[in-house]
Each structure stands twice: as C-alpha cells, then as structure tokens.
Design a protein around this ligand. Structure first.
Ligand SMILES: N[C@@H](CCC(=O)N[C@@H](CS)C(=O)NCC(=O)O)C(=O)O
Length: 235
C-alpha cells in the first residue's frame, strides 16, 4: 500500500522535505491534495479527531497518521530501513533535522516576523530588521553548524557514503536559500564547502534526478516559505 502525503498543493513548503525523501527512496505515495485540491486537505484535517496533526504536512500509512516534518521523516526512515541502524546516531540525525525545522521557521519569519496571518506588505519594516539579523547572524551560525556536522564523515553525506533524510532536507534548504537570497548566497559561496558538495551530490541520487526532471517538482514562489523579495536580500 502506498503512503498518503497531505500538503498544500501550490507551494513546495515543508511538504517538499517529505516529498524529496520519498522520491529519493523511490517509495510509492499519493500526493493527495495535489490530486484533490486544498479544500480536500482542509476537510480531511478537520474531520480528524483527538491527537491529530496540527498542520500539514502529514503522512498516512494505514492506521498511522503523523504530522511534523521531522517526525514524518523519522518514521519513514525507520519503516524503510533508511536510518543508520543505531539509536544514538539516529537521534543525532533527528537533532539535525529539527535544527533544519528551526531554520525553516526563521526563514519564514524573515518575511512574516509579526504574524503569519498578516500580509508581508503589512509587516515590511519589521521584516527588514528580521532579515538583516538573519543575514548577518542567524544564517551563518546555522550554516557553520551544518557544515561542521558534515566534516570528516568519509563521504558527502551525514552518514558518509549513505544518504539520509538530513541530506535530502539540507539540499532542499540550500535550494530554497539560493532562491530567496541569491545575493547573500553568492556572497557566502565558498564558505561552506561540505554543504556545497552535498548540494551538488543529491541530484545524482537516481530517484531525485528523476523527480527534479518531472512535473511533480514545484517551483519556489512568493506564497511559500522561501520567497524572493529583493529588499530582504542584501549581501
Ligand atoms: N512544525 C511543523 C510546522 C507545520 C506548519 O507550520 N505547516 C504550515 C504549512 S508549511 C501550515 O499549514 N500551518 C498552518 C498553521 O500554522 O495554522 C512542521 O515542521 O511540520
């Protein structure tokens, strides 16, 4: 039986971190809201009771329903034998995946620093300040952290020669940053060699190559998390 992924149909967003993993592992899945629309997603989520996911993305595998991007990736890795096989190492991978989630939240806050429900145009002054701190302090701190984690692992990936959910997520993160902050990322080029090598290697994974060339791959856009606003991207 194939997995069901529920995520907003028009943006890559957080759903793309799950999608990339499913595609890299060449797993069968239905991208349900891409087929049935956003209203179907809202209906499905609201029909769920009790300990249900708070927000998409969420994954359904038979009776199992899981929200939270990092947790979905942990579940899939465990179920498909794509973890490290060692609890302490798997927890370190999860720690990094949750660091990625934190950074994704900070990226979103560069254009929505006050409230996610307000328009960007209504919070631009705060966004300038937030983006300035993001460019100067927060992003370099995170990228050093991830680059150090990759150093000396004996291969391009966190686990050396074997890719994991952290690697596909770092790829998506870097692609998103390149889209949203092209000047900044050009300025930082060469500063994070392990991350750059990883970004160049992920498209060589067979499932990823096929996916990136397909129509299933959604382009970044200004409704998503990684948005390009020239005024927020000053190197
Ligand atoms: N921490 C959650 C965040 C989930 C989340 O914020 N989902 C967004 C879309 S990317 C959403 O639809 N949020 C609705 C809301 O917060 O009300 C995760 O990493 O999956």
């Amino acid at each position: 039986m194939s997995y069901q992924l529920w995520y907003w149909p028009e943006i890559p967003g957080r759903g793309e971190f799950v999608r990339l993993f499913l595609e890299a592992a060449e797993l069968d899945y239905d991208d349900v809201a891409r087929e049935q629309g956003a209203d179907a997603l809202v209906e499905d989520l609201h029909a769920r009771q009790g300990m249900r996911p708070f927000a998409p993305p969420y994954l359904i595998d038979g009776d199992v329903v899981i929200g939270q991007t990092a947790l979905i990736l942990l579940y899939l890795s465990d179920r498909e034998g794509l973890g490290s096989g060692d609890l302490a190492t798997d927890l370190k991978l999860m720690q990094l995946q949750m660091d990625i989630s934190d950074l994704v939240e900070e990226v979103h806050a560069t254009h929505h620093p006050i409230a996610p429900g307000l328009y960007y145009a209504d919070q631009m002054d705060a966004a300038f300040e937030k983006a300035h701190d993001f460019r100067e302090n927060r992003l370099p701190k995170y990228l050093i952290h991830f680059d150090n984690a990759l150093a000396g692992n004996g291969g391009p990936f966190m686990l050396g020669e074997q890719w994991s959910h952290v690697d596909t997520s770092l790829f998506q993160l870097l692609e998103g940053l390149d889209y949203a902050f092209p000047n900044l990322m050009a300025h930082l080029q060469g500063s994070f060699p392990n991350l750059e090598a990883l970004q160049g290697t992920i498209p060589d994974i067979e499932g990823v190559a096929a996916y990136l060339a397909s129509e299933r791959r959604l382009e970044f856009n200004e409704n998503g998390i990684f948005r390009h606003y020239e005024e927020l991207d000053q190197a």
